[in-house]
Design a protein. Structure first.
Lengths: 342, 329
């Protein structure tokens, strides 16, 4: 029982609570919203965002940020479309190449951040310009994709017994999510990520491979955003230069709404999943409602962000206060550790 | 050490201008038509002016170790309100100009409260407004691109004052006021002190929260001015595109200008040079007939070059390489 009610899960519970609240109230407002089709569409429609957000969670957990993910969607889409449609390469040979480019892109940015101590915000900003620029250099026109593999792949789906289909894109999202869960909680890499976010210096002193992990985190994010780009290209059946504009903001918002602290060290991949689902519910709500304009999505996301940030602040204040009380006692153990937090 | 960063920006600007001197015919010609100054140089300064004005506010924010990624959205909001007011017949000019600025100040204050009072990390606090700001702007114009004819507001982005575009004068005025306020009073020192160590500043008795709050207020005002310019220049408001990504340009201008993102010392002059570097680079590329998408790649190149130049590790590595090759020969 104590495991479940551990206070560090509070913000994830809050995220799940908000999701349920939004989902149930939308369901009560619109008949048909509770249908399994709508629910599984959250996964299909937000597959690219979810995949990217999983990578972003790791970056933010180390205390970094990756602004290049939105542009990577357009770059990897452009590369996929050009190689498949213009050069006639088989899609299964193209995907590994595109993913490799994504990894290398992340590796380059990670190297700048780790070896040259450049601020992640600026480096990934450069990456954002570079990826979008290369994408637009490849082609300014949108490239539609007619390759039969793509149409077959998107058409594939597992019909579920109680209605709704688990589409291929949703399956990719779920696989990436599960892999993210495994990486974060069951591997040395995941524990090192949390340690770096808590304190990079302490992690270094503990003998953890800080440099390698930092690089790998950006490689992972590059991989996820390239994969997200491929999924997005499949979803829209076309690649275009302005694809994924502003997706980096949505991904960061999903991670923060999911309860991950932007300073790093605290957060869960599972929270990010619900962060993405919350964005999905808001979008579906606005589609169902019909008369509300799409910009209300942005305002709603902003308000949710505000709510969650204030909530996190409140929790951390309570925590600090709770820890300060015993720390006043000279015999208290671990009071040194809290000096950093206050 | 940091002074030299301003020097890098100046050298970069100098290199671009020297390149243009040799390869772009008529780049330095200035002529007077109808009493107005015309020429590539004037054009560069004019094009850079909205980013310059936002970057001035951003310099102060970054000096306090903060960041404001909402300036583009705030500019869109202010521009939207200005256009809607200007489209209404009979709205007095003072209202059309001042109401958006007041609104921008309110949003600046909002950011300031979030950062200074609630102690939320600047990037997250301003992310909220960046995400929903364009939504608010669309709300103001009801999702339309609002056009208007209002000679007063049109003057802001298209008028001329003593021979140069009017908005350049506005930029100069803002820079002058900021310079006087930060370098002729202790305010600049306070800002730097907060950026270097906020806790120590509080302990010394500085009104840390007030200083932090006021830099976000100033940035809000700067964003509002830029918003007026964007709407005025095209005689319409474009909520989803006005000032898109200018927050990134503004941050870049500040960093190129030698102000570190770790806070502390700031260089207003460097920021202006930084904005000019970006704009003259863009103009140069465009005059060479390179397609627009090429500018993005070049911009990325500049960002990475700045990352390398400002990295102590890189400079040490370069220095050691230099020493080693000297020894070898």
């Amino acid at each position: 029982m104590n495991r479940i009610f551990n206070p560090r899960y509070i913000s994830v519970y809050a995220t799940i609570g908000v999701f349920l609240l939004l989902y149930i109230s939308s369901g009560l407002a619109f008949p048909g919203f509770f249908g399994p089709e709508v629910f599984f569409n959250f996964f299909t429609d937000n597959a690219f965002l979810g995949i990217i957000a999983v990578g972003m969670t790791f970056v933010i957990l180390t205390g970094g940020i990756d602004l290049s993910v939105g542009s990577m969607i357009s770059l990897s889409g452009m590369m996929t479309a050009t190689m498949v449609e213009k050069m006639g390469m088989p899609p299964l040979a193209v995907f590994p190449l595109v993913l490799l480019v994504g990894c290398l892109f992340g590796l380059g940015m990670g190297a700048l951040i780790h070896f040259y101590k450049a601020p992640p915000f600026i480096v990934t900003l450069g990456g954002m310009f570079l990826a979008r620029g290369i994408g637009q250099l490849i082609s300014l026109q949108a490239i539609p994709i007619y390759n039969p593999f793509f149409t077959n792949f998107i058409g594939f789906g597992i019909p579920l017994p109680f209605g709704g289909t688990l589409t291929s894109l949703a399956i990719i999202f779920i696989v990436v999510f599960l892999a993210g869960l495994y990486l974060a909680h069951m591997t040395k890499f995941g524990r090192t990520v949390y340690a770096i976010g808590g304190s990079s210096v302490s992690a270094e002193l503990m003998g953890l491979p800080v440099g390698r992990t930092k690089l790998l985190v950006y490689v992972l994010s590059g991989f996820c955003s390239a994969l997200g780009g491929i999924v997005y290209t499949m979803y829209t059946s076309a690649a275009y230069g302005l694809a994924g504009l502003g997706v980096e903001l949505d991904a960061i918002a999903a991670v923060v709404i999911g309860g991950t602290l932007i300073t790093g060290g605290v957060g869960f991949v599972a929270g990010t999943l619900f962060g993405v689902l919350i964005l999905g519910v808001i979008q579906s709500f606005i589609t169902f409602q019909g008369s509300l304009s799409s910009w209300w999505t942005r305002i709603a996301i902003g308000l949710l962000l505000l709510g969650f940030i204030l909530l996190q602040k409140l929790f951390s204040r309570i925590k600090v206060r709770a820890k300060e009380a015993p720390a006043a006692n000279p015999g208290a153990v671990g009071s040194q550790g809290q000096a950093r937090m206050s | 050490m940091q002074r030299s960063n301003v020097l890098y920006a100046l050298i970069a600007l100098g290199l671009i201008l020297v390149f243009d001197f040799f390869f772009t015919p008529g780049f330095f010609t200035l002529e007077i038509k109808n009493g107005h100054l015309f020429g590539s140089l004037v054009d560069i300064v004019f094009r850079a002016s909205p980013v310059m004005i936002m970057a001035v506010g951003m310099t102060l924010v970054i000096a306090t170790k903060g960041i404001d990624i909402s300036v583009g959205s705030v500019a869109a909001i202010a521009g939207a309100l200005a256009a809607v007011l200007a489209a209404k017949a009979g709205a007095p000019l003072w209202l059309v100009v001042s109401a958006p600025l007041v609104l921008a100040l309110v949003f600046g204050a909002w950011n300031g409260i979030m950062v200074a009072l609630f102690g939320i990390q600047p990037i997250v606090a301003t992310l909220i407004l960046m995400v929903c700001g364009r939504g608010i702007a669309e709300l103001i114009t009801d999702g339309k691109v609002q056009t208007f004819t209002n000679p007063g507001l049109e003057f802001v982005g298209n008028g001329f004052f003593s021979g140069v575009p009017f908005f350049i004068t506005v930029v100069l005025l803002v820079v002058l006021v900021t310079w006087l306020a930060t370098r002729r009073t202790a305010l600049g020192l306070f800002i730097e002190s907060v950026g270097i160590n906020a806790r120590a500043s509080t302990v010394t008795g500085l009104p840390t929260k007030l200083v932090t709050f006021s830099v976000y207020l100033a940035t809000g005002l700067c964003a509002g001015l830029a918003g007026l310019f964007y709407s005025s220049e095209i005689k319409a408001s474009d909520p989803s595109n006005a000032g898109l990504f200018t927050e990134l340009d503004a941050i870049l201008a500040v960093v190129i200008g030698g102000t570190s993102m770790d806070g502390g010392r700031f260089f207003l002059g460097g920021t202006l040079v930084g904005a000019l570097v970006m704009q003259s680079l863009t103009t140069t590329i465009l005059t060479f007939g390179v397609p627009v998408e090429g500018t993005l790649v070049l911009k990325a190149g500049v960002v990475f070059a700045i990352c390398f130049l400002q990295s102590k590790e890189f400079r040490q590595g370069l220095f050691q390489l230099f020493v080693r090759t000297r020894k070898a020969s």
